[in-house]
Ligand binder design. Structure first.
Ligand code: SF4
Length: 353
């Protein structure tokens, strides 16, 4: 006979198998009374949106070293934060991160509010993040539903509806399992189970504390959940990027508008990104060379193909876009990934010239 799914079984498993993460308080320490720092929980949750744990670890530690408290982050220069975020993608997160740090510092005395309702009023905090902070930082009985949790619930209950329509059913199942005690550990335990045992491919059911109550396991079709609608093919967009370097080594860069893709980040002057290849005048008169290879990059909603033009110029060159950045202040690591790819392609060609 199939057993019921019990949160206590999962918590016991978590006590022995919790991942060690730099923003996490280990279950034994938590049981001994150590509480997580809400600043760490919030920062990690914002970084983890659409980004893997492996990638986030280094960024998280760099941020903490540079801005140890939320007040430090609130007082940071926008450009420094955007540069430190470079490479993590989804740059609206970084702009909202700063806004949120400033609101919490100015309006909440540097303390995060505890309820989901209040958390939701902060910049960049949506329902998932509010629930995660509420549970992990404050042990509130919120229901945290990320991709890992959705997968676990879909398999436990063999939810036949495809995502995203199945979301509310999955949420109801997740809410039904959320215990009254140790809600922070429980939320992290379900996420860990999804990330390490109930993985998208080849779930390791033999190690799962919920195996005896799992419908997908008993029917031997767990891996076919969650059901998903077929994905639409991503469209391709085209653009042009201009890399200009002066004899004194400075490079011509421009800050992208705050709104829109890569908003607020540094980049190479260039064209709009359009559905068909378009011409765009260069940012300065120079002997431009078009590279035979192009840069390809995939964003969430489209593939981008960038044609790259490079040129060298003297110090006196006039330009009508962007600003020259001195070579000793230019760090390719401060650029978003697509712009870094442009530089990686352009640099050898410029050195040959
Ligand atoms: Fe996932 Fe298998 Fe555990 Fe079911 S038994 S929740 S499919 S790992």
């Amino acid at each position: 006979m199939r057993e019921t799914v019990k949160p206590t079984d999962l918590l016991r498993w978590y006590d022995a198998n919790a991942r060690e993460l730099p923003w996490r308080v280990a279950p034994a320490d938590r049981l001994a009374g150590t509480t997580p720092d809400p600043y760490h929980v919030w920062l990690s949750e914002i970084m983890l949106q659409q980004t893997t744990v492996v990638t986030v670890k280094a960024y998280f530690l760099n941020f903490l070293q540079r801005w140890p408290t939320i007040a430090d982050l609130a007082a940071a220069q926008d450009a420094d934060v955007m540069a430190e975020w470079a490479g993590l993608g989804y740059y609206a997160r970084a702009r909202n991160l700063l806004k949120c740090a400033r609101v919490v510092t100015k309006e909440h005395g540097g303390q995060f509010p505890k309820t989901e309702k209040e958390l939701l009023r902060l910049p960049g905090i949506g329902p998932y993040t509010a629930a995660a902070i509420g549970a992990i930082a404050f042990d509130r009985p919120t229901t945290v539903l990320d991709g890992n949790v959705e997968r676990v619930m879909a398999r436990l209950y063999r939810v036949a509806d495809p995502l995203p329509a199945a979301k509310e059913t999955l949420r109801t199942h997740a809410a039904g399992l959320t215990p009254r005690n140790r809600t922070g550990d429980y939320a992290q335990a379900v996420m860990d189970l999804g990330a390490t045992v109930c993985t998208p491919r080849n779930p390791v059911c033999g190690l799962c504390p919920w195996r005896s109550g799992c419908r997908g396991y008993h029917k031997k079709d767990a891996q076919s959940y969650p059901r998903k609608l077929p994905k639409k093919a991503k469209p391709v967009r085209f653009g042009v990027a201009y890399v200009l370097i002066r004899d004194d080594g400075s490079v011509l860069l421009e800050r992208r508008p705050d709104k829109g893709l890569l908003g607020g980040m540094l980049g190479w002057p260039g064209s709009e990104w359009a559905e068909t290849p378009i011409d765009s005048p260069p940012p300065a008169p120079a002997d431009w060379q078009e590279l035979s290879e192009e840069v390809r990059h995939t964003f969430t909603h489209f593939h981008l193909r960038l044609q790259v033009h490079v040129a060298r110029a003297t110090k006196e060159i006039p330009h009508h876009r962007g600003e020259f950045l001195a070579r000793n202040r230019y760090r390719p690591a401060d650029l978003p990934t697509v712009m870094r790819k442009v530089w990686n392609l352009a640099q050898p060609a410029l050195e040959e010239e």
